[in-house]
Design a protein. Sequence first.
Lengths: 76, 221
Amino acid sequence: MNAPTDPDRLIARLVGPSGPEIGCEQCFDQLDRYVELELAGAEADLEVPGMRAHLDGCPACNEDHESLSALLGEKR
Amino acid sequence: MPPTQQTPIDAHTLDAESATWIARLQAGSPGYDTAVEELHALLLKAASFEVRRRAAMFEGLRGGVQEDLAQQSADDALMAILRKLKDFRGDSRFTTWAYKFALLEAAAKVRRRAWQGREVQLEPASWSMIADRMQLPQDDVELREVLGALQRAIEVDLTAHQREVLVAIALNDVPIDVLAARLGSTRGALYKTLHDARRKLRARLAGSGLEIDRYLEAKAK
């Protein structure tokens, strides 16, 4: 849990993702569907527009996404 | 835990396993108590998985603390699920839907625990301190131009609240739910503030003739 020391990483965190993105509530609402689509090899980003940009921009939601993917991956 | 009245979900849209869960968790179902116990056991496994994953990143999360956090997370997740059962649409399997509640609770509790007693810096560190921390290359003119425009935007274009949120999350790496608790706000509301602040930074960069996405793409190569 350290602040970024790479200037380009810092810039990316400051300006955030470029495209339209959903918010944290919508992300949580769609997270289970999105992860199952990913694990099934489906077009998750087409099915849930704005999710990828939000995951790129929101560290906490990105962690939740990683955790659910890891948990389901382990249970397969 | 007393069963709550739920609006029945159309079981025809669900896979068989999910439909069974939903039926057993309905108020008055003969299998209700057993289903709640089984669900809690699943949530505890998911929460323990998450706490173990996160514990490696933080000191002070010893075995007993980890078990307490996992137990609290499973309890809170169970309450949330029973309250929101009518919201389950069958977009995923029921267990996948349920797991996300346990993971969210566990991750938030670990982050809050890790930040317990730590100061949350809301004031911007001076730009020179940030520059020192990053050891900026002297000859990268474009990088200095981008950072200069960002500094101006942060100082001039943002509201005080936008500046606090952007600095805490993007510069000082404060988790958004920790910040929400300190500011008496919500994760969603703070992310909206962060999003609006980022739009302003992007507008400032564009106004300065800087194509930030092209710049970042080029640097990533």
